[in-house]
Design a protein around this ligand. Sequence first.
Ligand code: HAM
Length: 420
Amino acid sequence: MAELITKPKGTYDVLPSESYRWQYLESVLRKAASDFGYREIRFPTFEYTELFIRGVGDTTDVVQKEMFTFTDRGGRSITLRPEGTASVVRSFLENSLYGAGLPVKCFYIAPNFRGEQPQAGRYREFYQFGVEYLGSPCPSADAEVISLYATILERLGVKNIQLSINSIGCPECRPKFHAALRAYFESRQKELCPTCLDRLGRNPLRILDCKSPICKEIAQGAPSCLDHLCEECHEHFEKVKEMLAAMGIDFTVNPGIVRGLDYYTRTVFEFISTDLGAQSTVCGGGRYDGLIETLGGQPTPGLGFASGLERLLMVMDAQGIEIPKPEGCRIFLAALGEAAEVPVQKLVYELRKLGVKAERDTTGRGLKAQMKYADRLGAAYSMVIGDNELNAGIARIKDMSGGGVFDCPLNAEDIKKAVM
Ligand code: HAM
């Protein structure tokens, strides 16, 4: 036998027996997005590498260490999408979506690729549900985006999720904050990890996001961005908080939330689960008022979030949330004898055309094995068709849940009426 080939590290299969869980989650996400006025956008799985270097930022871990990048046959550098925001903004600009008026509100459910060390809740290919809200500078947009995710959690029945928010300022106030950060970290320079030493020169904000325990501890004492906000950023943040409070959405302000991507400005937020291990952030997002300009557009504000579908399903599992099972087979038609083969095939086809989930055996099993198969399919009803039934034009339908038997004419319309 030939050697089996396995899936690449950090990937997973969604098996036919589990896919209903994903479909359910996606249906809740789509409905919530639509209720909040977002329309779906679809974009390529790969983009020119330059999009992510410029969009996500060359000081980020995602760009520095995690991208799946290769050169195509034409010698161009291509990258498997590590996140959706840059792609949405690229599409917004390339297709002049702003031409139809602002804001533009869109959502996506799409796979992303990051070459991280896999662990529970962290994969190399993972799905995100994301929304992007392009063209509004107002705090009401921040409040809306956050309230959409709060609604999703409520509709899924997910509990124990804490919303942390922060403001990391704008190009106006950031230089002063960066200077304060740099001065602080320079005073502790000897203790920083080598990556953070490099970050100190390039982007000291990234040090606040370092996973090394020592850097984390040093970061605890770092100056707070909230103490360095300009008047406008301060007012914006106050309004966001006021609106969240008015909507009854609980949050904590956490100046340690800086996010791992370079494009953020002003409001940033994370929804964190107490039921997951290390990978506890189920959703992250924020404003990126400079990104559209960075990617070649007119200055246009934007914001959004993305949530990992795997992590959402993990939280739902941890909390024992039941996902509705899809309907199984409605009626199983067993063929008894050679003469029944063609009529059964025809009837199953006609029932399916009428929208009835009908099944039959196609492996040449005997009657007993066919009925076992019907059980395995979870058929609600079964019908055995042999010479007698064919001659009479009537067959007996059995309610598989023990509800008895009854006769029914051998035609699709009557069977449908009997079992639906
Ligand atoms: P992010 O924080 O990089 O943000 O990812 C958002 C979410 O995607 C995370 O909170 C997590 O649920 C999930 N996620 C990220 N990496 C992995 C992984 N390796 N395995 C499994 N799940 C993962 C962004 O991607 C931004 N584009 C979000 C955004 C949209 N900001 C504004 N608009």
